[in-house]
Ligand binder design. Structure first.
Ligand SMILES: NC(=O)c1ccc[n+]([C@@H]2O[C@H](COP(=O)([O-])OP(=O)(O)OC[C@H]3O[C@@H](n4cnc5c(N)ncnc54)[C@H](O)[C@@H]3O)[C@@H](O)[C@H]2O)c1
Length: 254
């Protein structure tokens, strides 16, 4: 018996990284997964991994979640896959980095689209399905960058967009409460995923610069974020809404 038995969970960004781990952990806890990504191959691979582990996942890809029409169609298809939706895990994001004042307006808009539009569009178009179900949970993956500034790399749009995600989560909680919809944010610190591990390679100076703000002086493993997400998605967290949970090794504590 898992803590998400009988739940239908929409996970965005299941093509790799933490979204893939979320699909695997939520399925382990008994959820049926609808996984969405812009990458078809990566998403199919995740569905295969979930099936091999004995879980269920419907793969919807490719979907560009910055395009509201595509999100609208995806939300209806996701709710149709298993007859409704209980949990929306807003994990997908895309961001660009750069220093002031040269960070371009184009990069600014791309980051706001990739980090703020995506969870808004997905929440907007899944909302009627959650209401129809009698309630549910929206979990927004924000970042420690929504709470503190960061120098490695410089991140003006990333900080602004993630502060926006945390603010939006409070508002979704307020407007969702009458419908029995909870909304919660998780703000990870640095997480080592296969992609970031590969990109950092043997650049120890960069790795140390990234982890130095954590008290634990290391990256998180994806599971250290996702186990909290599974709890927050479950009925065990039934009195939790409107809150933001830093999972950042203490980075925002000092
Ligand atoms: N990795 C970290 O250190 C870290 C730290 C703090 C917060 N986060 C947040 O956690 C979440 C997951 O991070 P990750 O490191 O696994 O990211 P990632 O880049 O490895 O994965 C993101 C996934 O989203 C998908 N995606 C991106 N743009 C999309 C679009 N327009 N439409 C559909 N799918 C799209 C990608 O294809 C990818 O599969 C993100 O919201 C990220 O901002 C990550």
């Amino acid at each position: 018996m898992g803590i998400l038995d009988k739940k239908v969970v929409l996970v965005t960004g299941t093509g790799g990284g933490m979204g893939r781990v979320a699909a695997l952990v939520f399925a382990r806890e008994g959820a049926r997964i609808v996984g969405v990504d812009i990458q078809d191959d990566g998403n199919a691979e995740t569905a295969e991994l979930v099936h091999r582990a004995g879980g269920e996942m419907t793969n919807i890809a490719p979907v560009d979640l910055t395009d509201q029409e595509q999100v609208h169609r995806m939300a209806d298809a996701a709710a149709g896959a298993y007859g409704g939706l209980d949990v929306v895990y807003n994990n997908a994001a895309m961001q660009r980095f750069g220093a002031m004042p040269d960070f371009s307006v184009e990069d600014w808009h791309a980051t706001v689209a990739g980090e703020l539009d995506i969870p808004f569009f997905v929440s907007k178009y899944t909302w009627p399905h959650l209401v129809r179900r009698g309630g549910g949970v929206i979990i927004n993956v924000a970042s420690e960058a929504g709470l503190i500034a960061g120098s490695t790399p410089p991140m003006v749009a990333h900080t602004a967009a993630n502060a926006g995600v945390i603010g939006m989560t409070r508002q979704l909680a307020l407007e969702g409460a009458p419908h029995n919809i909870r909304a919660v944010a998780i703000s990870p610190g640095p997480v080592l995923t296969p992609a970031s591990d590969r990109d950092l390679g043997d650049n120890q100076t960069m790795r140390d610069a990234i982890t130095s703000k954590t008290l634990l002086k290391r990256f998180a493993r994806p599971e250290e974020i996702i186990e909290l997400a599974a709890f927050l998605a479950s009925d065990r967290a039934s009195f939790i809404t409107g809150a933001n949970y830093p999972v950042d090794g203490g980075a925002s504590a000092w």
